[in-house]
Design a protein around this ligand. Structure first.
Ligand SMILES: NC(=O)c1ccc[n+]([C@@H]2O[C@H](COP(=O)([O-])OP(=O)(O)OC[C@H]3O[C@@H](n4cnc5c(N)ncnc54)[C@H](OP(=O)(O)O)[C@@H]3O)[C@@H](O)[C@H]2O)c1
Length: 331
């Protein structure tokens, strides 16, 4: 049996995260005790929230402990089980962390339908990021047919689902993404009606032109200058779902538009954290899996090979180098 490979947080970053913040070690594979399950991971999910947890700061979740295995979502296969709910060979999604094997008491482990989609989809479109898109769009923006929904990081794990769900709801979907290749993919593959490159010198003018009827729903994943420009296009009684502010996760300041807009435009702005709504996950995942089975959803993945490359993959994700869901394949 191969050994366990684990990636630990060695010390906290003081500015931007770097490779030396992490340490890779080799340990024996653990043996499940009574009620426990041993999972061999196939994929690790890398997510922007991981950056916040590297800091020892008060937030909605506990900081990552120094010297401990990095936390993170995983999919894999049950290798040994002393838990009657799981049998050897079951494909499962859970929070196994940055390691090849994990032990679980089964409480946060879920068997997935490996026939409906490749199992790594349960870390992306059919998992936490998909539910995030579903929640922010349906519960905060609630688009009506014919309305315009604007989505930042439009081709990412969350954004790619928001755009497609908005189109399925009959809305016009406009994306903001970094670069011509991502924008072309947004329109041709994801079905956005338009996508504007935030790196373009004429970004503000192009965004205005793509939004002749303004914005009724803004799904914000980024913050920064694109958000300031998007806010200027909000219609009266529009809804803004603040899902993420990735442009500021490595220290850049955040800012709000002129407060007068809140009054004049009477818009609603609401931040949300998907883990506050666990009761809705089964419904959301059920709908997403059905849509995927009906071939009504598509997505892209950036897959890096091997746990030793997970720190670089996180750094790249935080710099927008991913194209679709960022994953590490674990050998
Ligand atoms: N509220 C919640 O419960 C919840 C849950 C999951 C995720 N989120 C948030 O949702 C957002 C998207 O997450 P995701 O997992 O789907 O990631 P992602 O969109 O797959 O990847 C991040 C993308 O952000 C874009 N980006 C724009 N400006 C950036 C900047 N200054 N620095 C780095 N990246 C920038 C990049 O795309 P472009 O090249 O297209 O700009 C990058 O590829 C994040 O803000 C995340 O924190 C929130």
């Amino acid at each position: 049996m191969p050994s366990n490979i684990q990636v630990l947080l060695d010390h906290r970053p003081t500015a931007k995260v770097s490779l030396d913040n992490f340490r890779v070690i080799e340990t024996p594979v653990p043996t499940p005790g009574p009620g426990e399950v041993l999972v061999r991971h196939s994929f690790l999910s890398l997510d922007p929230y991981m950056r916040g947890r590297l800091d020892d700061a008060k937030s909605y979740a506990k900081p990552q402990e120094v010297g401990e295995v990095m936390t993170g979502g995983t999919v894999g296969v049950v290798e040994a089980s002393s838990n009657p709910r799981f049998k050897v060979g079951d494909p499962v999604v859970g929070a196994g962390g940055w390691q090849r094997y994990s032990l679980s008491d089964g409480k946060t482990l879920r068997i997935v339908d490996a026939k409906a989609a490749p199992i790594q989809a349960y870390l992306g479109s059919l998992g936490m990021p998909g539910v995030t898109a579903w929640y922010g769009l349906n519960k905060i923006i609630a688009p009506k047919a014919g309305e315009t929904v604007l989505v930042s990081a439009a081709t990412g794990a969350v954004g790619s689902m928001v755009g497609q769900l908005a189109r399925l709801a009959g809305a016009r979907a406009v994306g903001i993404a970094g670069g011509r290749e991502k924008c072309a993919y947004a329109v041709k593959e994801l079905g956005y009606d338009a996508c504007i490159d935030h790196k373009s010198a004429s970004f503000a003018a192009e965004l205005k032109a793509a939004l002749p009827n303004g914005v009724d729903g803004l799904f914000e994943n980024v913050g920064g200058e694109p958000f300031q420009q998007a806010a200027r296009r909000l219609n009266a009684f529009s809804r803004v779902a603040i899902c993420g502010l990735i442009a500021s996760y490595e220290g850049a300041p955040t800012s709000l538009p002129d407060m007068r807009m809140f009054l004049v435009k009477r818009f609603k702005i609401e931040g949300f954290i998907v883990s506050d709504h666990l009761d809705l996950w089964p419904q959301a995942i059920g709908e997403l899996v059905s849509l995927a089975a009906a071939k009504k959803l598509t997505w892209r993945e950036t897959i890096r090979q091997g746990l030793a490359n997970a720190p670089q993959a996180l750094i790249d994700l935080l710099q927008g180098q991913n194209f679709g869901k960022m994953l590490v394949r674990i050998d």
